[in-house]
Write a protein that binds this ligand. Sequence first.
Ligand code: MG
Length: 291
Amino acid sequence: MQRMTWMAVVVCAAVALGFAAGVGMHAGAAAQQTPGGSPEEGYTDTPVLPESGYHVHDPSRPRPPVIAPGRTAGAPPSDAIVLFDGRDLSQWSAAKLGTASYTQSDDPAPWKVGDGYFEVVPGSGDIATREKFGDVQVHLEWAAPVPVRGRSQNRGNSGLLLMGLYEIQILDNYDNPTYADGTAGAIYGQWPPLVNPLRPAGEWQTYDVVFEAPRFDGDTLVKPAYFTVFINGVVVHNRKASRGPMVWRALAEYTPHPSEGPILLQDHDHPVRFRNIWVRRLGGYDGKPLE
Ligand code: MG
C-alpha cells in the first residue's frame, strides 16, 4: 500500500513536470515569434549589459572560438604554443636569472634532453623561451630527482619564472619542510601555496598557471601581476597579486618593464626534469585584449 502511494506520487510528479515543460515549450515558441529575436539566434529587445555593451542574449556578440581540447588531461589543445614536445630544446636558449632581472642569449639551452623529457644540468645556467609572453596560460610538468638528496631549499629546487621575473617555486617539498613562502607553488618570498599537493620525488607533478602581466603607465604601476595556479589539479593560488619580481631575503617591488618577457626555468644545481610544456596567450572577453 505504502509502495503504491509512492508510485502515485512519482506518476503525479512526472505528469506535473511534463505539463510544466509543455508550458515552457509553448512560452518558448511564443517568444520565437517576437520581433526582438529567437531562442536560437538571440535577442535585441533585451536590456544592454553595461559591462560589455551587448544586449542580454545578443545575437551579434562574437561566439567563442572553437578549439579542440587535448585528448587527455594536460595534453595541449589545438591553439597551444608547444614549448617542449619531448624531443628538443629548440624553443629555448641560455639565460641568466638575476635579482629582479634576467639576461638571455641566443646560445642553445645547455640542459640535457632525454626520452620525452629534459633535465637541468647543474651549474650550466638557466634557460628561457625564445618567444616572449605577457598574459598567458602555462602548462608544465616536472619531477624532482631520485634518489632524494638534501633538505629544505636544497632538494629538487628549480623555478618557473613568468616574464623572467615572477617566480612560482619548484621544489621537492614532499615530506620536506621549508619556509612557507619558499614551498613548491609559492609566489616565492611572498605567498605560500594554499595547500601542498605534491607527489613524491621521481613522480611527475603538473603546474597549470594563469598569469596576468603587470601594467605600467610610464613609471607608475597601474595593475600588478596576478597568479592563478593549480598543482596536480589542486588550486594553490586564486588570482593572487604579486608584489613584484622575485627577490631573495628582500621586499619585492615593481620597476617598469616591457609588456612581454620569456618564460624562464631556473638552474638551482639540482637535476630536475621537465616535460609537456605548452602555453596559450590569454585574451579578454569578446575578442578584446585582457584589461
Ligand atoms: Mg627555486
